[in-house]
Design a protein around this ligand. Sequence first.
Ligand SMILES: Cc1cc2nc3c(=O)[nH]c(=O)nc-3n(C[C@H](O)[C@H](O)[C@H](O)COP(=O)(O)OP(=O)(O)OC[C@H]3O[C@@H](n4cnc5c(N)ncnc54)[C@H](O)[C@@H]3O)c2cc1C
Length: 572
Amino acid sequence: MCIRLGYDRIATVVKQRRRGGSTRARGVHAVAMAYDTNMLVEASRAAIDAALAAGRTRTNGGRAIDEHQVHAERLAYAATEVAAAEALAAHAAERADAPVARMAAAFAGEIAGKLRATIEQHWDDFGLDAAVFAGTLGRDEVRHAVRAAQHEARLREIGAEVLRTRGANNGFIDGDMAEMARDSARQFARKEVAPIAERIHRHDELVPESILRAMAELGYFGMSVPEEYGGQGMGNLVMIVITEELSTASLASAGSLITRPEILTKALLKGGTEAQKKTWLPPVAAGELMVGISVTEPDTGSDVASVRCRAERGEERGVPGWFLSGAKAWCTFAGRANVLALLARTNPDLSLGAKGLSLFVVPKDPFTGHEFEMRQPGGGAMHGKADATPGYRGMHSYTLTFDRYFVPAENLIGEAQGEGKGFALQMQGFAAGRLQTGGRACGVAQAALETTATYASERKQFGRPIGDFQLTQYKLGRMATHLAAARQLTYAAARAMDADESISLEPSMAKLFACDVAVWVTQEGQLLHGGWGYAEEFPISRYVVDAQVLPIFEGVKPILELKVIARGLLGR
Ligand SMILES: Cc1cc2nc3c(=O)[nH]c(=O)nc-3n(C[C@H](O)[C@H](O)[C@H](O)COP(=O)(O)OP(=O)(O)OC[C@H]3O[C@@H](n4cnc5c(N)ncnc54)[C@H](O)[C@@H]3O)c2cc1C
């Protein structure tokens, strides 16, 4: 797994440093900390690998996960946390940067300590050989390293640095292009999006056309579209870095605008005919066509293979095609969108499950309100009504009903070859969406860290800024550390996807972990704001409600853990 390659890099870098050379420059203390970090991730990796091997036997190679759901979920989460610790440690090993090294050590210690406790609490379920445990997380040296890494003084030191820098994210990213992309996206997001983000949220407005136009000019809708189809072909890492910056300004009226074209692009690249790629990708990349993704139905969410919306073969005015009938739910941006990527049942035999589903590009007129109706000349109709939500405002998410809505046959992705392949294409699209959501989550958590660091520096109680108190520094230190781990796990997944577009495990792990970090960091930030954290005019209250949706969509957390991550890890 690519994330683990990062871990190999740490070992190499730490070994080089142990051999001499840079020891004096970096100080004995720094080298000792890097050594501990290395040992902690090594012990965690060995223990989780042994636990996964036992889990594979227990679940019959992943086939019996449903008979062991609770343990499978535990394994999926623990493996994800270990991968996050490895990713942050690899990043720290490459940078002679003291704050990053402290965060890597603290996080490696937290994860090793947590994994050790989890294994001990559920010893029989884990089924670990006692000698393996004793030789990894049970070693005295490892236990001492956990205590040192988790010492509150180290986390307070990280928190003090967060206060000093106001939480700014200026860390090194491997690759000039990504750093340049970050600078330009930051400038755009802070100048154009941030000033209107609160108004859009509080009045439940639609993202203005000016933002869509500006993002189109910057090429943000075509980042994963290859240059031959009019896109930027910039790859996944650049896409993530830009997503983070946009989401720091606003989740729903900037960062999430990229998700939909990303999902459709990946589905078209995987399964579209050449003519379909040439028809749809250039206008999507240019931001001329806004996209909605329509999979979920009122009675069908996680069990995507059971989608019921029907597509019946027919003809309208001599054009062969399909008539769509049925209901869809939670289709974000469906009003303003010019096309929907819609999953429908082309074979009425429900027993076929996923094999009866096909993916369509459904054209429609754009609408700006919370409710719309579109009637076709031949009598077909599509109706949409937005569901009110506490956060994630700016695009509106609609319940849709289709009544013999006509779509030409050439709009079925893959045409005749694509019939029955919609589920697989949609899943490929979701893998890209999940990676992008890792970036969205890091952006929201970053916004919360920055605003909380500023608030804690300015708010005074008991005669001192609240940031002067030990507990505030400790909390900020943990927030920054978890965010750094989520970011590096997401970047590692982006690099892995750049190397192999077909992967789904790494992006899913990044999504799982980063979304939880966003929920937790925003809530910690809100508490540090006290009562003002609950006031709408303080942005932290928006970040809290925005973050809460992140573990729900693109595979609600328990399903992502069981059906994607546990399957991916235990099915090997
Ligand atoms: C604001 C918002 C925007 C959205 N945007 C879109 C969009 O643009 N396009 C789109 O298609 N969808 C969208 N969604 C829908 C989203 O993807 C779904 O809500 C999500 O996939 C979960 O489906 P569900 O809500 O039907 O939950 P369910 O599938 O009913 O699951 C609910 C809970 O049941 C439990 N559960 C279910 N099955 C199992 C199982 N096998 N084992 C153990 N536990 C289980 C889990 O605890 C799960 O969390 C959006 C949702 C929201 C809230």
